[in-house]
Design a protein around this ligand. Structure first.
Ligand code: GAL
Length: 682
């Protein structure tokens, strides 16, 4: 169950009026002191008012076990304070220094095949290592004691991107912690044997001591063991987060804490919906992955982050001014994208807009990663765009504090279904949970209909239509909840491979879609996945890939919305819809993709009475996101194209626009420049 985080926003020591926090990761230890003074001057010029400091500074702060060097950090904290720039201060534990791994190599993570993950990059520590924890918490304590009352301190930044490189550790420490996590979950070894189905392949355990993480094995490791290891690994890091946090809560209870999530992360190792209530406010890092859905994915991640924050403002801790360094080809942002991308996060609720990093490093693995001040220096397009964004955020100051206004439709996002549906030894290894969810989100964007992205456990009753793609793991309680949702007027849409297993990853018997069979009024005896490259035609004009099902309709109220026109299932139902109470339950048995799902979604939205709030000519070309406080709403209109888009008959008051596209009077046509954004108060 998701609990909303406690609503404590960062302290803003220098703010006399509401404003956006604007800034970056700042790594002054990579630069000589002369540069620090120029940094502060340029930060002020760009409108920067907050930086994340000391995130990777452990080796500098504690150069040896009993040697502490805070001098340089004292100096830069004071300089920032003098410049009126607040600090989101790292606990500095993200990357252990060489002396620690030399002294205690037993803190190094271990891979599936037993290989040591050596130092040399970063985050080479076991989440469950008691030795690492002792040293790390000593550092957290030292940081809290030294800086807890510093006037520049705005918040604590726990570790950094917890789990980015070390979420799945197969070490002996992990094995011990896994066993005790399992004991807590199951109580008895018999209960574990049942949950894991260990009578299969002679896996029955007699003692807890016999249990291991799912290390490299001769064939597919036990699926429930794999699933529980994912659950455990997320919990282990959450537990570590709490350990750092609790030191800070004890020593500096008045200072809020956060940690930067990676909601875009495609591996899903960290169950953020379950972490959300552990911090005072939600922070997220986001990097654009070039491609046809790049902007859709940004919006999807931002919408999900907004839901994790319970609709309240959140902190965009990192994004990039231009290229990154870690993709196969690192594409520079084009004119207008820096501001548009940042403002799309703001539209979804970000009240802090920060980049990685302030000044582009001359050395190290990230020397080709863009920054606010690039290698070229401040006389550059990037720095001018950075300063331009600083100005825009000032113009938008009144938006801060406004909450995201819920949409009428939502996508249900479920970490457990993600984990379970992508396990090995399944009907298809090509299924991608997050991609399926993103495709439906793209369809909403193309239709110009706002959709929230909500984690499982969130209240659904406010939504007229909910798409729950690949809702693979459906415990009995969830099936009941979804039935209740439809009976009371909600329109539920789900897809192939949904409803199939319970919380132990055991198949529901009697035919698929298992727990959702009755609700959907259909029965499937056997899955019929498609080979890579294979596709089938549906009689509504769409094309399916990845999956098909041999569906039998079991309830005569079910309408077949589309049937297969080609392939093995020709003539059989492909998309079905059952009226349920005042609502309905729809099943989509194939992968329609971003474009293909548009048609059926349009029909279903129509049936649910959900319409676009945008003029017809703007749908798909403009994304609308709404924030509001009291009676005032702010319409963020984001041009998703490279050409100007005209929005006729728009009322309200324009409070900011990028790039400037000529005069506008309420009720007239507002022109959004290419990649432009306008914010209208209504
Ligand atoms: C993040 C990380 C930053 C930096 C950035 C580069 O994962 O927190 O320290 O590495 O990526 O894109």
């Amino acid at each position: 169950m998701t609990r909303a985080p406690s609503p404590r926003w960062l302290r803003r020591p220098y703010d006399t009026a509401p404003r956006f926090a604007y800034g970056a990761d700042y790594n002054p230890e990579q630069w000589p002191r002369e540069v620090w003074h120029e940094d502060i001057r340029l930060m002020r010029e760009a409108g920067v008012n907050i930086v994340s400091l000391a995130v990777f500074s452990w080796a500098r702060i504690q150069p040896a076990p009993e040697v502490w060097d805070f001098g340089w950090l004292d100096e830069i904290m004071d300089l920032l304070h003098a410049g009126g720039i607040a600090v989101d201060l790292g606990t500095a534990t993200a990357s252990p220094p060489p002396w620690l791994t030399t002294l205690h190599p037993e803190i190094l993570p271990v891979g599936r095949a037993g290989e040591t993950i050596w130092p040399g990059a970063r985050q080479h520590w076991r989440p469950t290592s008691p030795v690492f924890r002792t040293y790390a918490l000593r550092l957290v304590t030292a940081m809290a004691e030294r800086y807890g009352r510093h006037p520049a301190l705005a918040a604590w930044h726990l570790s950094n991107e917890l789990g980015c490189h070390n979420v799945h550790d197969y070490s002996d420490d992990a094995a011990r912690a896994f066993r005790s996590w399992l004991e807590d979950r199951y109580g008895t070894i018999d209960a574990l044997n049942h949950a894991w189905g260990t009578d299969f392949w002679s896996q029955r355990y007699a003692e807890w001591e016999q249990i291991l993480p799912p290390r490299l094995a001769a064939s597919h490791p036990n699926p429930t063991q794999q699933l529980d290891f994912k659950r455990f690994s997320s919990d282990a890091l959450k537990e570590y987060l709490r350990a750092e946090r609790d030191v800070l809560y004890r020593l500096t209870p008045e200072v809020p804490v956060t940690t930067n999530f990676m909601v875009m992360d495609g591996t899903g190792g960290m169950h953020y919906a379950d972490w959300a209530h552990e911090v005072d406010f939600i922070s997220n890092d986001h990097y654009v992955r070039p491609g046809p859905q790049a902007l859709d994915e940004l919006s999807f991640s931002a919408a999900l982050t907004g839901s994790l924050a319970g609709g309240r403002p959140w902190y965009l801790m990192e994004h990039s001014t231009s290229a990154v360094n870690w993709q196969p080809v690192n594409v520079a942002k084009r004119t207008g994208e820096l501001a548009r991308d940042a403002l799309l996060h703001v539209a979804h609720g970000a009240d802090a807009v920060c980049f990685f990093q302030w000044r582009q490093s001359p050395a190290g693995a990230e020397k080709y990663h863009s920054a606010m001040v690039p290698h070229a220096g401040p006389d550059s397009e990037v720095f001018r765009a950075v300063a331009g964004l600083g100005g825009l955020l000032r113009e938008l100051a009144e938006v801060t504090g406004a909450t995201r206004r819920p949409a009428r439709a939502a996508i249900l996002f479920d970490w457990e279904s993600w984990w379970a549906s992508e396990q090995d030894s399944h009907p298809s290894s090509l299924l991608r949970y997050r991609q399926e969810a993103l495709d439906w989100y793209s369809a909403f964007l193309a239709l110009g209909v706002r959709a929230d992205v909500v984690p499982r456990g969130a209240a659904l009753d406010g939504y007229d239509l909910v798409v729950a793609p690949v809702l693979h793991m459906v415990p009995r309680t969830l099936a009941k909840e979804l039935t209740g949702y439809a009976e009371s007027g909600g329109h539920l849409v789900t897809t192939y491979f949904s409803g199939v297993v319970d919380e132990n990853d055991h198949a529901w018997l009697g035919g698929y879609p298992g727990a959702l069979r009755e609700l959907l009024g259909i029965r499937i005896e056997e899955f019929a996945p498609l080979l890579d490259g294979e596709s089938v035609a549906l009689d509504d004009g769409s094309t399916g890939t990845l999956w098909t099902d041999r569906i039998t309709v079991t309830d005569d109220t079910v309408a077949v919305l589309a049937a297969y026109r080609t392939g093995e299932q020709t003539g059989r139902p492909a998309i079905t819809r059952r009226p349920v109470g005042r609502g309905s339950a729809t099943y989509v048995s194939t992968r329609l993709g971003a474009e293909g799902s548009r048609g059926v979604l349009a029909r279903l939205l129509d049936g649910a009475g959900v319409t676009s709030e945008l003029p017809e000519e703007a749908r798909g070309r403009v994304e609308l996101v709404v924030r509001g406080s009291g009676d005032t709403t702010y319409w963020f209109l984001v041009n998703r194209t490279d050409a100007p888009v005209e929005l006729p008959g728009l009322s309200g008051e324009l409070i900011a626009r990028t790039p400037d596209a000529g005069p506008w009077a309420p009720g007239g046509s507002l022109v959004l420049g290419p990649r432009g954004v306008a914010v209208v108060r209504r």
